[in-house]
Structure formats: structure tokens, C-alpha cells
Design a protein around this ligand. Structure first.
Ligand code: FES
Length: 245
């Protein structure tokens, strides 16, 4: 037979001085959020599998060197975690500054830029961007082939949330990450347009995007609805948002 697991079902972890009992295997980010502490994050969401790419969610752990990503690091019994310190603030601001420096400035300044990306910039206290854009993707053309949404690679930070949403929520696998480093980009199937790709226009990617790189055309044209009603059906489970008058 299979040997019984020696792992306890719950572990106790201390986060910013607060002791919490959480299920074994819980990420530090999730444990913190169960205790009411929101760790800044960009590539993680509450529903998608952790990916650990953006390095915004760094924390300090007693007795451990470095600053691991809290979204991919599981808690361990007796672990003592700090989610806030001078060093962490500096690191998070530094990471966000690099992303922002590679972002179209006008996209950060407009009202429609009330994106999650902008919120995280504010949350980590990033006010000044000292670097010039490095990447060639700022000149990449937009893909407006899909009738419902557009993709602007200039605003993409390659967090892969759209790719994971397509895979994990919709099960369509229409999006991939191609290239490395500054060349890394999201592409629909084999660098086809969204319209030619396997995309079924479910909107899961648009909803997952934290920067507005993927945006509904209606939002780009008439702005964000002041109130909206989300309905879901058996087809996609993502929901359609309607502007409520
Ligand atoms: Fe953890 Fe991005 S949120 S690395």
C-alpha cells in the first residue's frame, strides 16, 4: 500500500506578527490574505495557478536568505514571514519602475489607465520613473483583428495571466508566450492574429489582463461602464458585462 503521509494537515505560520493556522501547501500569499494582509502582486490572481514571474510579491522569511516570491512559496510550520520592510518596499518599487519604464507613458496617465497595473504602482509608492524604455515591443503594432477586443503589445508586461486564463478557465490554449527576455511576447497560436487563431472570443484573457494590453473595444471607445452587471452562462463561465443605465 501507499505509505501514510507524514505531513500534518495544518501548519502554523506567523505573518507580520499574526499567527495563522492554514492548510499544508498554502502559499504565503494566500495565507497572508486569509489573515487580511494583501501582498502586492501582478502575475498572481486569486484563481489562476501561481506563476512567480513578476517579483512584486516578495517577502522576508526568518532564517532564510533572499526575498522569495510569496505566491509560489508554500508556508512551513513555524515559519515567520514579514510582508513589509524598507528593503521590500525598495525592491517592489524597483521592479515596478522597470515595468513602468517599459510602458507607454500616455497609457499610465489617462483615466482609462485605472488598471490594476496602475493600482500596484500606487500601492508600492512608485512616483518617479528614472529609466528610458528599452524594449522594441513599444513599436509593435496592435492586433485589432478580433471584433470584440484589441491587443496592444506595448502595454503587455508578459505576466502570462491571459495565457493562463485561456488555458485554465477556458481550456482553449489559444495563447502562448514566445521569445525570451525583451523579445518575450504573448502570441495567439503561432504568431497569428487573434482572429485567425484558435481564440473563441470568450473574453477570459481580457478579464485577466492587469494592464489594459488586452481591452474590449467598447471600453476603448466609450470608456469603462460606471455600473455593470455580470451574467454567466454554461458556455464560458467568464460572464458578460453589460453597462447598466
Ligand atoms: Fe508573485 Fe508575481 S505575484 S511573482
Amino acid at each position: 500500500g501507499t505509505p501514510a503521509s507524514s505531513q500534518p494537515e495544518t501548519v502554523t505560520v506567523t505573518i507580520d506578527g499574526q499567527a495563522l493556522a492554514v492548510p499544508t501547501g498554502t502559499s504565503i500569499m494566500r495565507a497572508a490574505s486569509l489573515g487580511g494582509t494583501a501582498i502586492p502582486k501582478l502575475c498572481a490572481t486569486d484563481t489562476l495557478k501561481a506563476y512567480g514571474s513578476c517579483r512584486v510579491c516578495l517577502v522576508e522569511i526568518d532564517g532564510r536568505a533572499g526575498t522569495p516570491a510569496s505566491c509560489t512559496t508554500p508556508v512551513a510550520d513555524g515559519m515567520i514571514v514579514r510582508t513589509q520592510s524598507e528593503r521590500l518596499s525598495k525592491l517592489r518599487r524597483g521592479v515596478m519602475e522597470l515595468y513602468a519604464s517599459d510602458h507607454p507613458m500616455e497609457a499610465l496617465a489617462t483615466v482609462e489607465a485605472q488598471t490594476e497595473f496602475r493600482e500596484v504602482m500606487d500601492a508600492v509608492g512608485l512616483e518617479e520613473i528614472r529609466y528610458k524604455p528599452q524594449a522594441t515591443h513599444l513599436e509593435c503594432p496592435q492586433d485589432v483583428s478580433n471584433p470584440y477586443f484589441a491587443f496592444d503589445p506595448a502595454k503587455c508586461i508578459v505576466c502570462s495571466r491571459c495565457v493562463r486564463a485561456c488555458d485554465e478557465i477556458q481550456g482553449t490554449f489559444a495563447l502562448t508566450l514566445s521569445g525570451r527576455g525583451f523579445q518575450a511576447h504573448v502570441s495567439a497560436s503561432q504568431d497569428e492574429s487573434f482572429l485567425q487563431s484558435e481564440c473563441v472570443s470568450c473574453g477570459a484573457c481580457v478579464q485577466a489582463c492587469p494592464t489594459g494590453a488586452l481591452q474590449e473595444k467598447a471600453v476603448a471607445e466609450i470608456g469603462l461602464p460606471e455600473h455593470s452587471v455580470v451574467t454567466t452562462c454554461a458556455y464560458c463561465g467568464v460572464g458578460c458585462a453589460f453597462k447598466a443605465e
